[in-house]
Design a protein around this ligand. Structure first.
Ligand code: ZN
Length: 187
């Protein structure tokens, strides 16, 4: 039960707080715009390119960027395109980032750690990750609640993904803990 609205809940946080459909959508959008601001991902005048492969992460990224561009002075371009963009938005989530983080550690690829930041500068190409603080589960639920059309199909999982997923069963906050710790290390 959603406490605020006294209606059925669709989401439960690890601290047992529950949200109904409307409250979940509000929470999701608020946290997303907060993420964009906090990490200074997009500013007025930016032309943001984004890809959408049609999976749930891609369709949610597109949906949310459209809402954002409606409120800010920001140009949006679907990639690939011939127009020059100032930023490229990608659909990395807490799941993919925590996975890449653990992979980089296990493979001693410390150079790869740079790529896990919320904003990455690769030789002047700026990559931003608006879904940075969301679990795949949250992104998927948002796509379903908003009735966005996406291709079903499992995201490929290797041993490291399964390892983190197993860890998550006993330590529900492990993915955000990994990324929070990582962000604090450079901010
Ligand atoms: Zn509610």
């Amino acid at each position: 039960m959603c406490k605020a609205c006294q209606t059925n809940s669709v989401w439960e946080f690890t601290n047992k707080r529950k949200l109904c459909r409307g409250c979940f959508i509000k929470y999701f959008q608020k946290k997303l715009f907060y993420t964009i601001r906090k990490f200074k991902m997009i500013k007025n005048g930016d032309v943001v390119g984004y890809g959408n492969k049609g999976d749930f992460r891609g369709v949610v990224l597109e949906h949310i960027l459209l809402i954002f561009a409606g409120k800010a002075m920001v140009g949006l371009v679907k990639l690939p395109s011939k127009i020059k963009v100032s930023k490229t938005a990608v659909s990395d989530t807490l799941d993919s980032n925590s996975h890449n983080f653990v992979s980089a550690l296990i493979n001693s690829n410390l150079k790869d750690l740079e790529k896990i930041k919320p904003v990455v500068d690769i030789k002047g190409k700026i990559i931003v990750k608006p879904l940075y603080l969301f679990l795949d589960r949250e992104v998927l639920l948002y796509a379903k609640l908003k009735k966005l059309k996406f291709k079903e199909g499992k995201i490929k999982k290797n041993n490291i993904c399964s390892f983190i997923d197993k860890l998550e069963q006993k330590h529900p906050e492990v993915k955000s803990a990994v990324i929070k710790g990582y962000i604090e290390s450079f901010s």
